[in-house]
Design a protein around this ligand. Structure first.
Ligand code: NAP
Length: 292
């Protein structure tokens, strides 16, 4: 409690999932939060729920003028920005390069990378006004290895990790730290976008994911927004005062290695296959000797 007492935070994508979990945690830790999102009804509800501590402003992070307006509102309403959580995002089709178009590529990069760069740019004067600050960018395990997300999405998240390093170098002497978090599988609405998934199917997908999530990674529990919020809090607070330009996987160990390195069933299966091969090899050697 009170680890962010007196701090002013801006959180994009704060109306749902990881962003919402972080708003809740930041409020509990004493921060005032300006949420930028495109879910106006949810934003109004959030501001009413935490009246006086949370404000909402519509901000489509693909629109430069709206990003600037969000940061400027934090300045005029609260007097500056101590913490910026660049988090808004969506899955971003297509899954494979053979289905890519220039338009699809550009829109994913605008949503996931350009938004982060411009968020930082327009937060700088408001952070300087507070004597420095902490920026946290949401990357993904998909930005560290292939196979965890659609191709443009994964490329964008890798760019966020490097953008984080570059920004950290650029801004350290201004007293601004920049770090990234890389969530693994976290149960949120990102897998069931309302534009393409019907409410009935969304419920089914969520139920199925909730059942299988604990067995997705070495740590046998489903990843939830609060798990990410705890890591964001570390980067936001003074406890990470000597940490900048890094990224932290918060993934229950999903990134440690291939499944057979941690799943006992797959390890047993691998052992069985190896023993079969050894036996076949030994039998072939015996036949060779007998043949002469
Ligand atoms: P989520 O529950 O869908 O939350 C994302 C929020 O961002 C929603 O409120 C969404 O609004 C908003 N948003 C989407 N496009 C926006 C735009 N152009 N401008 C402003 N806000 C926008 O998803 P989440 O899982 O919490 O995702 C948060 C971040 O975590 C994303 O950057 C995502 O890539 C990353 N991430 C998630 C996971 C995971 O497993 N969940 C893993 C790795 C990384 P609408 O609901 O109206 O679209």
């Amino acid at each position: 409690m009170d680890r962010l007492k007196g701090k002013i935070a801006v959180i994009t994508g704060g109306c749902s999932g990881i962003g919402l979990g972080t708003v809740e945690r930041f409020v509990a830790e004493g921060a005032r939060v300006l949420v930028g999102d495109i879910s106006d009804a949810a934003g109004a509800e959030l501001a009413a729920r935490f009246e006086g501590q949370v404000a909402y402003r519509r901000c489509d992070v693909t629109d430069e003028s709206q990003i600037k307006a969000l940061m400027d509102e934090a300045g005029s309403r609260f007097g500056g920005i101590d913490i910026l959580f660049n988090n808004a995002g969506a899955g971003g089709a297509p899954n494979r390069f053979e289905d890519m178009t220039g338009e699809a590529w550009d829109s994913v990069q605008a949503l996931l990378v350009r938004s982060v760069a411009l968020g930082i740019t327009y937060a700088i004067p408001h952070m300087k006004a507070r004597g420095g600050g902490s920026v946290i960018n949401t990357a993904s395990i998909a930005g560290t290895q292939a196979g965890y997300g659609p191709v443009a999405y994964s490329t964008a998240k890798a760019a966020v990790i490097h953008l984080t390093r570059v920004a950290a170098a650029d801004l350290a002497r201004d007293g601004i730290r920049v770090n990234a978090i890389c969530p693994g599988l976290i149960l949120t609405n990102i897998f069931t976008p309302a534009e393409t998934v019907s409410p009935g199917l969304a419920t089914l997908i969520k139920q199925t994911m909730a059942q299988s999530a604990p067995n997705t990674q070495p740590i046998e529990k489903a990843g939830v927004p609060a798990d990410i919020a705890a890591a964001v809090l570390f980067f936001a607070s003074e406890e990470s005062a000597f940490v900048t330009g890094t990224h932290l996987l918060v993934d229950g160990g999903l990134g440690v290695g291939p499944r057979n390195s941690w799943d006992p069933e797959m390890r047993a299966e691998r052992q069985r296959v190896m023993e079969e091969r050894r036996a076949a090899f030994a039998a072939a050697q015996v036949e060779d000797v007998q043949a002469g």
